[in-house]
Design a protein around this ligand. Structure first.
Ligand code: EPS
Length: 394
């Protein structure tokens, strides 16, 4: 089973992630991780930090000569802000007692952010003690872990893509992209294949930017080639859709998760809400549609796994207008000003891909096991062959 822990604050020295449970022999490089981190940083609507933050990747352990050793893999993602702006951050975020306390505590908490609840829960008087970890910068560490998960899934032929389907009020229509289609996506743009919708999305972002406001939206991730039988119907905490929902909901600012056409089918009749089955001797089973998003009874069906995530507009506004209270003086006011993004919805797509990859890799490791990649792949092949030859068939 694949476990991982992330640590690190948004403006600290670095983020780190330790991934345990990967088999030996997985081909991985710092370039692979850096590539995915770059995709996460780009996307139209990001703030100025994303242009100068460089995500310096170091593999600290678990990889030798380009392959995993079966030991925990540790990845460090250095914050270039730390070195670029030493006067600003190195004392403010220093672990040493002698460097504190801060001269500039943040007390005008942002409505909708973790600030107030975090201060109340942990007994802090400076919102920075909360916001540094609540920041979506932490998703860089998850994407690094997810790159390893994607590589493992790649040995089984699984491919995961994502696209933006809604930005504020602007919605995309049209077909779900296939594995190769996303090659056409410009990672600097809104990451939407419906070009008319993409233009409307850019217009929405420009408009919100002008007003110092922020935008939410919806992304969709699709995993192709997922083996039949990941997850299980037998117990609530073994259901694949439940694991996906938890993982995706845990991403900063996500307020809704949908598997397949979950919310849409709720409004239909049963006769029009399920995926009809056919069987031919040449191709085995086929489903005429994929309303279920590739998961039935908590198990993968072999159809593409489809996960959608709704992100609220970021609570940090470039022009703060939401009413708040200063936690020190209790005076009314507007929240403190933080540099921020107009929207992080395109980046969310990349993060969802990697959280989906981590869940699917965990479930695949649980089902197929193996200490080496060779054994993992062999066990998958044996299962697939036995399934095709078995009484129910594939
Ligand atoms: C964020 C605010 C911005 C974003 C940051 C998340 O950072 P800063 O306040 O330093 O300009 O750039 O996102 C990232 C750093 C990242 O890597 O995604 C926030 O308020 O959460």
């Amino acid at each position: 089973m694949i476990r991982y822990l992330t640590a690190g604050e948004s403006h600290g020295r670095a983020l780190v992630v330790v991934v345990e449970g990967l088999p030996a022999g997985l081909v991985i490089s710092t370039d692979d991780i850096a590539h995915e981190l770059t995709r996460r940083r780009l996307g139209y609507g990001r703030g100025p930090r994303m242009r100068f933050e460089q995500d310096q990747v170091t593999l600290l352990g678990g990889v030798r000569h380009g392959r995993t050793l079966g030991s925990p893999v540790a990845v460090e993602i250095g914050n270039t802000e730390w070195d670029r702006n030493p006067e600003k951050w190195q004392q403010e975020m220093s672990p040493a007692m002698a460097d504190g306390p801060t001269q500039a505590p943040l007390t005008q908490v942002r409505p909708g952010h973790a600030d107030l609840a975090g201060m109340q829960k942990y007994g802090f008087t400076d919102a920075r003690d909360v916001l540094e970890r609540a920041s979506a910068r932490e998703t860089a560490a998850r994407v690094a872990a997810g790159t390893l998960a994607k590589a493992l899934l790649g040995t089984l032929g699984v491919q995961i893509v994502s696209h933006v389907v809604q930005m504020g009020p602007a919605k995309a229509t049209g077909a779900r992209p296939g594995p190769g289609d996303l090659d056409r996506v410009d990672e600097n743009e809104v990451r939407c294949l419906d070009l008319e919708a993409a233009a409307a999305m850019v217009a929405e972002i420009k408009e919100a930017a002008k007003e110092g406001d922020s935008l939410g939206g919806v992304v969709e991730a699709i995993a192709y080639g997922v083996p039949i039988g990941l997850g299980s119907h037998v117990h609530w905490d073994r259901k694949l859709d439940a694991a996906l929902a938890r993982a995706v909901m845990s991403i900063q600012a996500v307020k809704g998760v949908e598997i397949g056409d979950g919310f849409d089918v709720a409004g239909r009749r049963g006769s029009d809400a399920h995926d009809p089955l056919t069987w031919t001797s040449a191709d085995g089973y086929a489903r005429g549609s994929n309303y279920s998003g590739g998961v039935e009874g908590g198990m993968s069906t072999g159809e593409p796994v489809v996960v959608r995530a709704a992100m609220k507009p970021l609570a940090t506004l470039n022009k703060p207008t939401l009413a708040t209270v200063d936690t020190a003086s209790k005076d009314p006011g507007v929240s403190f000003k933080e540099r921020t993004d107009v929207t992080a919805v395109p980046a969310l797509g990349v993060v969802v891909e990697h959280m989906v990859a981590l869940v699917l890799a965990d479930e695949a490791a649980r089902k197929f096991g193996g200490d080496s990649v060779e054994e993992f792949v062999r066990n998958h092949r044996t299962f697939t062959e036995a399934l095709a030859a078995g009484p129910v068939g594939a």
